[in-house]
Design a binder for this molecule. Structure first.
Ligand SMILES: *[C@@H]1O[C@H](CO)[C@@H](O)[C@H](O)[C@H]1NC(C)=O
Ligand SMILES: *[C@@H]1O[C@H](CO)[C@@H](O)[C@H](O)[C@H]1NC(C)=O
Ligand SMILES: *[C@@H]1O[C@H](CO)[C@@H](O)[C@H](O)[C@H]1NC(C)=O
Ligand SMILES: *[C@@H]1O[C@H](CO)[C@@H](O)[C@H](O)[C@H]1NC(C)=O
Ligand SMILES: *[C@@H]1O[C@H](CO)[C@@H](O)[C@H](O)[C@H]1NC(C)=O
Ligand SMILES: *[C@@H]1O[C@H](CO)[C@@H](O)[C@H](O)[C@H]1NC(C)=O
Ligand SMILES: *[C@@H]1O[C@H](CO)[C@@H](O)[C@H](O)[C@H]1NC(C)=O
Ligand SMILES: *[C@@H]1O[C@H](CO)[C@@H](O)[C@H](O)[C@H]1NC(C)=O
Ligand SMILES: *[C@@H]1O[C@H](CO)[C@@H](O)[C@H](O)[C@H]1NC(C)=O
Length: 817
C-alpha cells in the first residue's frame, strides 16, 4: 500500500518524494491491528539498514516472512519467521494482536506466532541491528535475535542465555529455509568452545576461547569478538568496530562457516574466512593424541612420545582409535611437561579452569594431580594468564598457526631413548621440546612422508572393485604390487550416464568428452569417452590402462576402471564434486570462494602431484597438458591432477625429447615445445609456472589483455616484477585473505618456472622445496614471451577441434619441421 503511494509520488514531484521519505522513515513498526500483506508491504529499520517483508528463497515459490539487508543489491535474508511453515500463496498476513506477532494464511489459520501474549499496546519494531523486537508498554517480551536462523549478525548472541540454548541452524538448501542438519552452538561444559553438529553429532569444534578469539580460528578482521562466561551465562558474540562495515557469520547449507563482508565496490559478499572445509576440521579426525595436518600424507600422526593404539587400523588409514603413550605415566616427581606449539588446543569439554592463576601456578596444579594430562594458559592477551587443565584424553588436535604452547605431561626417564627405538621417527635429537611445525617441509620430511606413504600403499594395495566387474586386470610388478582394476560393461556405463546425455556432460577434455555417472550402488563417477583416431589394439589399450592405474597419489585423480566395447574406449574415474579449478579462479563470483590459504594449498598440491609424476612414480611421466581445467577439486577443495598419462598414450611410447605430435593447450606450452616439438619435464614446469601465475592473478594467460600493452599474462607479470610491483598482479578477490610474503614468493617461483630457456627452469623437486621454505630465491631470467603468431603453420589432425575453438581445449598438432 505504502509502496504504491511511493510510486505515485515519485511520478509527480521531487518535493513530494522528500516528504514521503520522512514519512517512510517512520515505518519501522507494526502496531496492533496493522497488517503487513504479501503484496509488497514492508517495514524498514530507522536508518534503512534492514527490511522486513515477504519473500521467496532461491527458486522456491513458497512465501516466507523474513528480514534482509535493505542497502545491499543482492537479496540476503538474515532471518526467517515461518521457516518451518511456508505459505504456498500470497494470501499471508503478518500482524500484531494480543497474542503477539502472528502470521496467518488466507484461511485465517495461524501459521507462525511468537506465542507471546500482552496488552493492547504491543508494538513490533525492526531495529537497525536487524533485530525484530516485540515490546509491551516498552518492555521487551520477544526478539528475533533469540531465535536465530543460519546467520549471526553483529550483536547477536549464541550460547546459553538466561538458561536457553540459542544456536544457529543451517537451511536445508538455498531454496528451503527449514532447519537443515547443521547447527552451531556453544558447549555448556568445560572451558568455552563452539561446536558444529551434524544431526546432533559433533562434527567440528571451534576454540577454546583464548581471551581474544577462538583458538584455531582466523580472527574476524575489523570486528571484535567476545565470549562471556559468568555464572550460568555463556555466550559468543561479535561486534562491529566500524559501523560502516557490513558483515555476518553464515552457516551454509553444506555445513561451512563463513565470515562474510559486503564489498560495496564489487557489489559482492566477500568470504573473509571460512572454517570446516578440510579433512582436519572433522571433529577428532585423528583420535586421541593424534595430530592432523592437511599438508601431510597420511594426514594423521601421533604426538611425539605416543604411538598408534591400534597399529593395524592406523596403517589402514582408520585413525579413529588414536594414539597412546609409549610409556605409561607413573606420575613421578620428575615428570616433565613438553611444550607443543603450532597446534590448535585439544578439546576443553572436560577441562578445568581458573582465570586468575599464573602459568607457574598452573603447572604446579597439573603436577599435583596425577590425572592431569596437560595445561595451558586460558587467556593469551597481555602475555598470557589463567590456567586450563586437561584431565581426559587430548583429542581433536591439528596443526595450526597458533603460537600458544600446550604443555603435555611426559615421563622424564627415557623419553629420548624410546624415541630412537621408534620405527617411524628418525629424530635422535636429545630434546624434550616437541615442536610440531606446520612448515611445509624440508626434503627430509617429504622423503619420510613419501616413504611412509609408499609403505602403506604397498600393504594395502587395492582399488575398490565394482559391482559389475566380470573382468579384472591384475598388474604385478616387482612381486609386491597388485593393482586391481574393474572393467565395466557399456550397458552399465550408458545407464549410469543417462545414455551419455548432454545433461550429464561435465566437459570436453583433450582426449574426448567427460560425463558424470551414478552407478547403481550410488557411487558417483566421471566417464572419459576417448575419441580415437587410430583404433588401438585391445592389449595395447589395456596396457595403457594398467600403466595409468599404477599412478596413484592423493593429488592425482583416481582411475577406477575402464570400459571396452567395439570401438568404444572409456576410462572411469572418481568423481570430483567441485569440478575444475578454472571454474573458480576465472569466475568473478566464485573466485572469492578460493581465498588465499586455499589457493596456496592448491598450488602446493599440484606441485606435489607433479613431483610424483616426474620423480617418484618410477615411471617418469610428463603430463604435457597441465592447465587450470585439468586440475580438479574434491569436496574439500583438494587439488587433483587429471588427464595424466594420456599424453603419453596419445603420442606413443617415446621417451626421447622429440615428437611429431604436439599435445597441449595454447597459453601453457613452452616455446621449445611449440616451435620445435622438444619436450621434457621442464615443459610441465613451464605449464606449472603459468598455472601459478593464473591462480594468483585470477586471469588467463591466453587472451590476457592489458590496455596499454599487448602482453601475455607472463609478460605482464615480468614487467610488474621488474618494476618491483609484483603485488599488483594479485587478484583483487584475494585482498582480504592474502599473505603478502607468500604471494610475492609464489609469483617469483612462477616466473622462475616460465623462464625462456628450459635449462634455466627449476625441476619440480626444487620448486617443491622453494614452496616449503623461505630461503632466498634466484632472480628469474626473462620469460618466454611466446605468442601464437610465432607458431609455424599448424595442421590440425582430424577429429581434433579446429583452431577457432581451441581456447580451452587441448590441441593435437602435427609438427611442421
Ligand atoms: C496450500 O497449503 C494448504 C495447507 O497449508 C493446503 O491445504 C492447500 O491445498 C495448498 N494449496 C496449494 C495450491 O498447494
Ligand atoms: C483454504 O481452504 C480451502 C477450503 O478448505 C482450500 O481449498 C484452500 O486451499 C485453503 N487455502 C489455504 C491458503 O490454506
Ligand atoms: C509457538 O507455539 C507453537 C505450539 O506450541 C509451536 O509449534 C511454535 O514453534 C511456537 N512458535 C515460536 C516462534 O516459538
Ligand atoms: C570506517 O570505515 C570507513 C570505510 O571503510 C572508513 O572510511 C572510516 O574511516 C572508518 N572509520 C573508522 C573510525 O575507522
Ligand atoms: C554503495 O554504493 C552505492 C552506489 O554504488 C552508494 O549509493 C551507497 O551509498 C554505497 N554504500 C555504502 C555503504 O558505501
Ligand atoms: C562434552 O561433555 C559431555 C559430558 O561432560 C558429553 O556428554 C559430551 O558428549 C561431550 N561432548 C563432546 C563433543 O566431547
Ligand atoms: C583461582 O586461583 C586463585 C589464585 O591462585 C585462587 O585465589 C582462587 O581461589 C582460585 N579459584 C578457584 C575457583 O579455584
Ligand atoms: C584430580 O582432578 C580430578 C578432576 O578434576 C578430580 O576428580 C580429582 O579428585 C583430583 N585428584 C586430586 C588428588 O586432587
Ligand atoms: C628406561 O625405562 C626403563 C623402565 O622404566 C628402565 O629400566 C631403563 O633403565 C630406563 N632407561 C634409561 C636410559 O633411563
Amino acid at each position: 500500500m505504502m509502496m504504491m503511494l511511493n510510486l505515485l509520488f515519485q511520478l509527480y514531484s521531487p518535493l513530494l518524494i522528500s516528504i514521503f521519505i520522512t514519512c517512510a522513515a517512520a515505518v519501522d513498526t507494526i502496531t496492533l491491528n496493522q497488517i503487513i500483506k504479501d503484496n509488497g508491504d514492508t517495514i524498514v529499520s530507522p536508518a534503512g539498514n534492514f527490511k522486513l517483508g515477504f519473500f521467496s528463497p532461491g527458486s522456491s515459490k513458497n512465501r516466507y516472512v523474513g528480514i534482509w539487508y535493505d542497502k545491499i543489491s543482492t537479496l540476503t535474508v538474515v532471518w526467517v519467521a515461518n521457516r518451518e511453515a511456508p505459505l504456498n500463496d500470497t494470501t499471508g498476513e503478518l500482524s500484531v494482536s494480543r497474542g503477539g506477532l502472528q502470521l496467518r494464511n488466507g484461511n485465517n489459520t495461524v501459521m507462525w506466532s511468537t506465542n507471546s501474549s500482552g496488552s493492547f499496546s504491543l508494538v513490533a519494531q525492526l531495529l537497525d541491528t536487524g533485530n525484530l523486537v516485540l515490546r509491551d508498554r516498552g518492555i521487551l517480551i520477544w526478539q528475533s535475535f533469540d531465535h536465530p536462523g543460519d546467520t549471526l549478525l553483529p550483536g547477536m548472541r549464541i550460547g546459553i542465555v538466561s538458561g536457553k540454548d540459542i544456536h544457529l541452524t543451517s537451511w536445508k538448501s538455498v531454496n528451503d529455509p527449514s532447519a537443515g542438519p547443521y547447527a552451531l552452538r556453544v558447549d555448556p561444559n568445560g572451558y568455552p568452545q563452539l561446536f558444529m553438529t551434524e544431526d546432533a553429532i559433533s562434527s567440528a569444534r571451534f576454540g577454546p576461547w583464548n581471551g581474544v578469539r577462538l583458538n584455531g580460528m582466523p580472527n574476524l578482521g575489523a570486528n571484535s569478538e567476545q565470549f562471556v562466561f559468568i555464572d550460568k551465562e555463556r555466550y559468543y558474540e561479535f561486534n562491529l568496530v566500524n559501523n560502516s562495515l557490513v558483515s555476518r557469520l553464515y552457516l551454509t547449507p553444506e555445513g561451512n562457516i563463513q565470515h562474510l563482508r559486503w564489498i560495496n565496490r564489487t557489489r559482492n559478499w566477500d568470504v573473509f574466512s571460512t572454517a570446516t572445509s578440510d579433512n582436519c576440521a572433522h571433529y577428532s579426525f585423528c583420535g586421541a593424541y593424534g595430530v592432523c595436518s592437511i599438508s601431510n600424507v597420511p594426514a594423521c600422526k601421533c604426538l611425539e612420545g605416543f604411538e598408534p593404539r591400534r597399529p593395524d587400523d592406523w596403517n589402514l588409514a582408520d585413525w579413529s582409535s588414536g594414539c597412546q603413550r609409549k610409556k605409561p605415566l607413573a606420575c613421578e616427581h620428575d615428570d616433565i611437561f613438553s611444550s607443543v606449539e603450532k597446534v590448535k588446543l585439544p578439546n576443553t569439554n572436560q577441562s578445568w579452569y581458573n582465570q586468575s592463576m599464573t602459568l607457574v601456578e598452573c603447572e604446579a596444579a597439573c603436577r599435583r594431580n596425577c590425572s592431569c594430562n596437560a595445561y595451558a594458559n586460558s587467556d593469551i592477551s597481555n602475555g598470557g594468564s589463567g590456567c586450563l587443565l586437561w584431565f581426559d584424553d587430548l583429542t581433536d588436535i591439528r596443526e595450526d598457526d597458533e603460537t600458544q604452547p600446550l604443555y603435555i605431561r611426559m615421563p622424564f626417564s627415557n623419553l629420548t631413548s624410546h624415541t630412537t627405538r621408534d620405527h617411524d621417527s628418525k629424530n635422535k635429537k636429545q630434546t624434550i621440546t616437541i615442536v610440531v611445525s606446520i612448515s611445509l617441509g624440508s626434503i627430509l620430511v617429504c622423503l619420510l612422508i613419501l616413504a611412509a606413504w609408499r609403505k602403506k600403499r604397498r600393504s594395502k594395495k587395492k582399488i575398490p572393485g565394482s559391482v559389475a566387474a566380470p573382468d579384472k586386470i591384475h598388474t604385478n610388478e616387482s612381486g609386491n604390487e597388485d593393482t586391481e582394476l574393474s572393467s565395466y560393461s557399456l550397458t552399465i556405463i550408458a545407464k549410469s550416464t543417462n545414455n551419455f546425455s548432454p545433461d550429464n556432460k561435465l566437459g570436453e577434455g583433450g582426449f574426448g568428452p567427460v560425463y558424470k555417472g551414478v552407478l547403481e550402488d550410488g557411487r558417483e563417477i566421471a566417464v572419459k569417452r576417448l575419441s580415437e583416431t587410430s583404433t588401438q589394439g585391445l592389449d595395447e589399450f589395456k596396457n595403457e590402462v594398467k600403466f595409468i592405474a599404477k599412478l596413484q597419489h592423493r593429488n592425482l585423480v583416481k582411475l577406477l576402471g575402464y570400459c571396452i566395447q567395439g570401438n568404444e574406449r572409456m576410462l572411469i574415474y572418481e568423481y570430483m564434486a567441485n569440478k575444475s579449478l578454472d571454474s573458480f579462479i576465472f569466475d568473478a563470483s566464485r573466485s572469492s570462494i578460493l581465498d588465499w590459504p586455499h589457493r596456496f594449498h592448491i598450488i602446493h598440491g599440484i606441485a606435489r602431484g607433479l613431483l610424483y609424476l616426474h620423480h617418484d612414480s618410477r615411471l617418469k611421466i610428463i603430463h604435457r597438458d597441465l592447465k587450470a581445467s585439468n586440475i580438479l577439486l574434491d569436496k574439500y577443495l583438494n587439488p587433483k591432477i587429471s588427464d595424466f598419462g594420456l599424453a603419453r598414450r596419445f603420442t606413443g611410447q617415446e621417451n626421447e625429447a622429440n615428437t611429431n605430435k604436439v599435445v597441449g593447450t595454447y597459453g601453457y606450452i613452452p616455446p621449445e615445445y611449440a616451435l620445435h616439438g622438444i619436450f621434457s619435464v621442464k615443459s610441465d614446469v613451464y605449464s606449472f609456472g603459468v598455472l601459478v601465475l593464473e591462480i594468483v592473478s585470477g586471469k588467463k594467460n591466453r587472451g590476457f589483455s592489458q590496455d596499454e600493452h599487448n602482453y601475455t599474462l607472463i609478460g605482464h607479470a615480468w614487467r610488474l616484477y621488474k618494476e618491483g610491483k609484483s603485488l599488483e598482479l594479485m587478484s583483487s578477490s584475494l585482498e582480504a585473505s592474502c599473505v603478502e610474503s607468500q604471494v610475492l614468493r609464489l609469483i617469483h617461483i612462477g616466473l622462475l618456472c616460465v623462464q625462456h630457456h628450459a635449462e634455466d627452469r627449476p625441476t619440480m623437486s626444487s620448486v617443491f622445496m622453494m614452496l616449503g621454505n623461505e630461503n632466498a630465491l634466484p632472480p628469474p631470467k626473462e620469460p618466454a614471451f611466446f605468442v601464437e603468431e610465432e607458431m609455424p603453420q599448424l595442421r590440425s589432425v582430424s577429429s581434433v577441434p579446429t583452431l577457432d575453438s581451441v581456447d580451452e581445449i587441448t590441441i593435437t598438432l602435427l609438427q611442421a619441421r
